[in-house]
Each structure stands twice: as structure tokens, then as C-alpha cells.
Write a protein that binds this ligand. Sequence first.
Ligand SMILES: [Fe+2]
Length: 170
Amino acid sequence: MLNEKVAELLNTQVNKEFYSAYLYLAFSNYFSEEGLNGFSNWYLIQAQEERDHAMLFVQYMQNNDAKITFEAIGKPEFSAEKHIDVLNAGLKHERYVTGLINNIYGTAYEVKDFRTMQFLDWFVKEQGEEETNANDLIKKMELFGSDPKSLYLLDQEMAARTYAAPSLVL
Ligand SMILES: [Fe+2]
């Protein structure tokens, strides 16, 4: 049996990961409307990854006989006057998610739930990568976003991203 508090936080995280997928799909829509199909593709794949994260939390809870309760997924909210506003919103969101993962980890640590800590190790590493990716994107957009030709090439780079299933297998 999972600790009650740990189980509650894991349950909440399922919703947070699905919200992340929803948020990134909204980003994908925004860039599609802007005619930047490469960026739209990049965030579409990002959304798929977030859905995978949610599924991993569900699977982990099922494997440990924890009761799962689904709540409504919030409406994705972000304001974008410029392209870079979306990228900044992405980084802010990833930092928020890192805090959530760390909080679950800290709770698991307190109750000596080593199994959940090991499960979360993958997410700790993943969050590091997510923040790095979001940061790199912002830097690229700052450098090249104001020049149409460079933005076109950057969009092509973003179009090259392909989906890969998560490396974590439960
Ligand atoms: Fe995630």
C-alpha cells in the first residue's frame, strides 16, 4: 500500500500532466495559426510526451493498488503578444512541474517510500531536460526570432522533431 499522502500527490500529478498536454496542445494551435508549422509540430510532440507522463503515473498507481480519482482538466491559460511569450510560458510551466515532482519526492522520502522515489528518479531527470529544452528555445528565439529568414530556418528545425515513446518502462 502506498502512503496516503504520497498516493494523493501522485493522483494530483496525473491531472497536472494531462493539463500540461492540454497546455502544449494550445501552444501548438497558436503556432499553427501563426503559420509556424515547425513550432506547432514541436509542441504537438511535447503534448504527446505529457500524455505519456500522465499514463505512467496512472500505471504506477494501478500497479500499486492505489485508488485513482480523475478531476476535470483545467482550461489552458496563456497570453501571447509575441512568439517568445509562449516559449517563456513553457519554461515557467516546466519549473512549476519540477516543483511538483520535487514535492512528491520529498514526501516519499519522509515516509521512506523508496519504490516511489525510484519511480520518480526518471521524472527528476526528465524535468531537468525539459527546463534545458525550454531555455534553449528561448535563447534561439531571442537570437533569431526577429529576422524572418532565420525564423523560417528555426521553424524548419522545429519541424524535424519526431515522437519517441518514453524511456521509462514500468
Ligand atoms: Fe511532464
